[in-house]
Write a protein that binds this ligand. Structure first.
Ligand code: GLY
Length: 577
């Protein structure tokens, strides 16, 4: 192991005292046996459980559950821990969504999506010559949206948390300050980041004095520890005002970004009514706009409910065809209608009504692909980064969280002196009014950048219930593939009665209207099956990996929970009691 920096601001008597105060709070469940299997291993319990992208973060959340916290508490602690251990997507400089189902069956959703700064305008990614600049849109200080994560966690805690705030943030402070072991994938990601970044603060935060970390090294993030400490002591104010806000605004000014102290002070997370739908007697609870996830997934499930999907061989050409045709139609609606509901009138009820699905289904030819309408427009591809985690507590409260920096490591800009990465979520806005090109840009009106508008997302944190009982907590990263990933995990359980592990592990497919193409994971179809799909008029691409659906399934009869870290990632983990 390489030597690491000796700069450790909180490894002091002061932090020790804080640890004693924060961690020794008496708790009703204290003393519960924590169960932390090896990374990537499913876990069965009857108590609380967390499944996330990094096993250390899952453990942090499970410790909160075992110490008497509820699922919202655990979700907050896990989210802060992921901001340290999973820097490519875990964050305090990005945003996301949380869907909650309470033990009495009631539900709610928290929207902490980033928003555009006050100075934003629809043509902001055109250069001096009026040409669209993908660099400005996706890879510049202008691409940074006003972060929402800390406000979201603060609001979730104020509304529904049970244990004190410090208890939830402290483990992340300690992880950033003491460090944690770098795994192989993280070492690879950080090496590539520090080798390409033009930003000195990014190199400083994610290398060991300029030398890339290797697997087995300990990475410490002292500036991030200081920022998390300010959040621990000041809650959201520790991020949106004072030193953290000043450092962020100074970096914006230095790099030509738009976010000001006023933008930060004005940021508010919002509580929204979830999207609710039904599929063969199961209740589907998911994220409303500004995510497109819940609306598009319910629209697709409504279409598929009209077929005997359980009678059709899983991933056979007939099955893939029906899924792809449902996806094509729902993603066309997504592009036409969905955006920030505070700025645009989104016809949510009409889009998710069974009648809408009936009319869409009537246009599906069971034997032939329907070409996507070329009068419509394609969209800039979204990044597959983002991260999802699922939480259930002992009482049956369920929390489904997906949050993101947009691309891996977001804008790749670390705020100097504050140690955290900023998102590049403004790239999820459309390119410019009327700018529709065959190359993949879209210029439709609803999702254009406007002051304080939230950019459209595909994140689909979801919960499934039946007859008043919790059945599953599901979600995934993966840009626009997210919606289809989550839907297929649900279909695998409901229609094909797959085991929890198979439901998450089974090969997945994706179609998003434009490009007019089905992508299928390699094990999903044989060459002969791909040929049959081509003969039906589909373009088929086989290969790649789709999603990381860290999920929890509950047997309503016994209350047993099965947590499944998606086998596509060997560092994901479940932990519980
Ligand atoms: N940036 C990915 C999403 O919000 O869907």
């Amino acid at each position: 192991m390489k030597p690491v920096s000796s700069h450790r601001p909180f490894a002091s008597a002061c932090r020790l005292l804080l640890a004693v105060l924060v961690l020794s709070v008496p708790t009703q469940l204290a003393g519960q046996q924590l169960r932390v299997p090896a990374p990537a291993t499913p876990l069965e319990t009857v108590g609380g459980m967390v499944v996330s992208e990094h096993h250390v973060a899952s453990r942090v959340g499970a410790e909160v559950l075992a110490a008497g916290g509820n699922a919202v508490d655990a979700a907050i602690a896990t989210g802060f821990a992921l901001a340290v251990t999973h820097p490519s997507a875990g964050n305090i400089g990005g945003g996301g969504f949380m869907v909650i189902r309470f033990p009495d069956g009631s539900t709610t959703a928290l929207d902490f999506r980033e928003k555009a700064p006050l100075r934003a305008f629809p043509q902001m990614w055109l250069d001096e010559d009026g040409e669209y600049s993908s660099r400005r849109h996706h890879d510049s200080h202008l691409a940074v949206g006003v972060p929402g994560t800390v406000a979201g966690f603060d609001k979730a805690h104020l509304l529904y948390g049970r244990v004190n705030w410090e208890r939830l943030v402290y483990p992340a402070v300690a992880l950033a300050d003491d460090g944690f072991e770098v795994h192989e994938g993280l070492a690879r990601g950080l090496r590539s980041l520090v080798e390409r970044t033009p930003y000195e603060a990014t190199r400083e935060a994610f290398s060991n004095g300029g030398v890339p970390y290797e697997a087995g090294d300990t990475i410490r993030q002292p500036d991030l520890a200081s920022t998390l400490n300010r959040i621990m002591l000041g809650r959201a104010e520790g991020f949106y005002r004072g030193r953290t806000a000043e450092l962020l605004a100074a970096e914006m000014e230095r790099g030509g970004g738009m976010i000001t102290l006023e933008d930060l002070a004005r940021y508010r997370a919002r509580e929204r009514a979830p999207i609710t739908g039904s599929y063969r007697g199961y209740d589907i609870i998911s994220m409303p706009p500004p995510s497109s996830g819940g609306v598009a997934m319910v629209t697709m499930l409504n279409m598929l409910e009209g077929y005997e999907m359980g009678e059709i061989e899983h991933n056979s050409p007939e099955y893939v065809h029906l899924l792809a045709e449902a996806m094509r139609r729902a993603y066309a609606d997504r592009a036409r209608f969905l955006a920030d509901p505070d700025r645009v009138d989104v016809p949510v009820h009409a889009l998710t009504a069974k009648a809408r699905a009936d009319s869409l289904r009537a246009t599906i030819d069971p034997a032939r692909a329907t070409p996507s309408d070329l009068d419509e427009v394609a969209q800039w591809p979204e990044s597959p980064e983002t991260t999802h985690y699922s939480v259930v507590d002992e009482d049956g409260m369920a929390v489904s969280v997906t949050y993101t920096l947009e691309q891996g490591y977001g804008s790749e800009i670390v705020v100097p002196g504050a140690g955290f990465l900023l998102n590049n979520e403004m790239g999820d806005f459309n390119a410019a009014p009327g700018m529709t090109t065959e190359g993949g840009l879209i210029g439709t009106t609803p999702n254009l950048a406007r002051p304080e508008q939230r950019m459209l997302s595909s994140m689909t944190p979801s919960i499934v219930a039946r007859d008043g009982e919790l059945v599953a907590v599901v979600g995934s990263p993966g840009g626009r593939t997210i919606i289809n990933t989550v839907m297929q995990v649900i279909l695998n359980r409901i229609d094909h009665d797959m085991s929890p592990l198979d439901a998450v592990g089974a090969p997945r497919l994706h179609h998003q209207w434009f490009p007019d193409r089905i992508s299928i994971e390699a094990a999903g179809v044989s060459e002969a099956e791909a040929e049959r799909l081509r003969a039906m008029g589909h373009t088929v691409r086989v290969g790649g990996r789709q999603g990381l659906a860290h999920s929890i399934f509950i047997d309503p009869a016994t209350g047993r929970r099965v947590g499944v870290p998606d086998p596509r990632n060997s560092n994901a983990g479940a932990a519980g009691h």
